[in-house]
Design a protein around this ligand. Structure first.
Ligand code: ADP
Ligand code: GN1
Ligand code: MG
Length: 371
């Protein structure tokens, strides 16, 4: 779709969602890899301006956007009730869907794209990198609390929005297939990365095997706990709202822990090209571990706590092979903004995996310290 046609679809969505006020403008927003996100500004009767979030949902990735929105409605209503009971502010501490004019939680445009509106959480920031270690600690407390709040959520009512999302065994099989098929002819240029992954094939199934044997419990988890999926309050520095609820599904607590570590304990960006800037910073690992265990430690089993370093390593490894798979398949999944973008991302993840292997005993000692 060309730019003008896309702009027309944005306007169609804006007109069909119950945003309040007079439309002023919209701007691309945030740095998510999945949905198209915009900040939309509306002028209010008193002259003030109000922002909303508008998203075109990625229905290539989420095959059933209506089921996904049912999850989001149910999960946010469930959270809202608990936030109110605890005396919190449900307008800022959970996502709030702005319904479409027909009352649905999404708007389907004339070419079949799905759009949704959210109340914009003002006075808070979503960070792409840890700027203050305290923020990372606070994000751990918030993600830990989020998991605890959902502990009694009726898991059977949740739709699985992406099947096998964190089934690392399946992810590894998909990666091997991508290497064999090599549709873009790129495999020859990334032999070092392929070898790195192949050498760790056995690791890929460690947590899935424990789940199968009943050694790890299935919980309702977020499944995409990177730092930029949490809003940190600008005044208090606390993690006030967990956002990006597209992948709330039954999963492993260790994956939520691990995904936060892979993203936030790296002092560099996820797509940093200079690998000398990429490592797993133990002091950040410690801040997050402390916060996570303080928030949900007493609900975790001994096995879960024991396997926390493995959760960190496997989520990083899984993300690395996902980026590499996408590079081999021609960059069809994650949004890319430059040539080799997915390969750069894969390299940071593999550098982190190697660094975690070096720091394994120290990671284990930190977990022991806070258990
Ligand atoms: P993606 O799935 O593409 O990552 P997200 O739902 O995470 O999409 O949104 C992308 C970015 O938009 C977030 O990282 C955050 O910066 C911003 N954002 C999303 N929802 C809100 C909201 N309700 N209020 C303020 N900012 C938001
Ligand atoms: C994607 O949507 P976003 O940018 O929050 C991806 C995650 C990856 C992450 C890597 C639905 O997250 O699984 O870990 O990119 N989300 C989906 O940065 O695939
Ligand atoms: Mg996101």
């Amino acid at each position: 779709m060309d730019r003008a046609a896309y702009c027309a679809k944005i306007q169609e969505a804006i007109e069909n969602i119950q945003f309040e006020g007079t439309y002023v403008e919209h701007l691309p927003y945030g740095s998510g890899h999945t949905n198209d996100t915009f900040a939309v500004i509306f002028q209010q009767a008193d002259g003030s301006r109000r922002r909303y979030i508008l998203q075109r949902m990625n229905h290539e990735i989420f095959k059933d956007p209506e089921a996904l929105m049912e999850n989001i409605n149910n999960v946010t209503s469930f959270l809202r009730k608990k936030i109110v009971e605890a005396g919190g502010d449900p307008e800022r501490e959970t996502l709030n869907v702005v319904p479409a004019k027909d009352g649905k939680s999404f708007f389907k445009d004339s070419i079949g794209s799905y759009w949704r509106g959210y109340v914009f959480i003002e006075g808070a920031t979503s960070y792409d990198k840890v700027e203050k270690p305290e923020h990372f600690y606070q994000s751990a407390v918030a993600f830990g609390n989020f998991q605890k709040l959902l502990a009694d959520y009726p898991a059977a009512t949740l739709h699985e929005t992406i099947p096998d999302f964190h089934n690392t065994t399946v992810r590894f099989e998909t990666f091997k297939k991508a290497v064999q098929e090599d549709v873009m002819g790129r495999a020859k240029d990334v032999q070092a990365e392929i070898d790195f992954a192949m050498a760790r094939e056995e690791d890929a199934s460690v947590l899935m095997n424990m789940l199968k044997k009943g050694e790890l419990p299935l919980r309702v988890t977020h499944n995409d706990t990177k730092l930029n999926n949490i809003m940190i309050d600008d005044k208090t520095g606390k993690g006030i709202c967990v956002i990006d609820l597209d992948t709330v599904m039954p999963g492993l607590a260790l994956n939520d822990f691990g995904d936060s570590i892979r993203f936030g304990a790296n002092p560099a960006a996820e797509d940093e090209k200079d690998l000398s800037k990429v490592w797993m910073e133990l002091s950040l690992f410690e801040s997050f571990t402390k916060g996570f265990l303080e928030a949900c430690g007493n609900s975790l089993t001994d096995n879960e706590i024991e396997m926390m370093p493995m959760g960190a390593k496997l989520m990083t490894f899984e993300c690395g092979i996902r980026f590499l798979t996408d590079y081999l398949q021609g960059d069809t999944y994650f949004k890319v903004h430059r040539e080799g973008h997915n390969l750069d991302r894969c390299r940071t993840q593999f550098k982190l995996v190697a660094d975690m292997e070096e720091k394994w005993d120290q990671m284990k000692a930190i977990v022991e310290k806070y258990r």
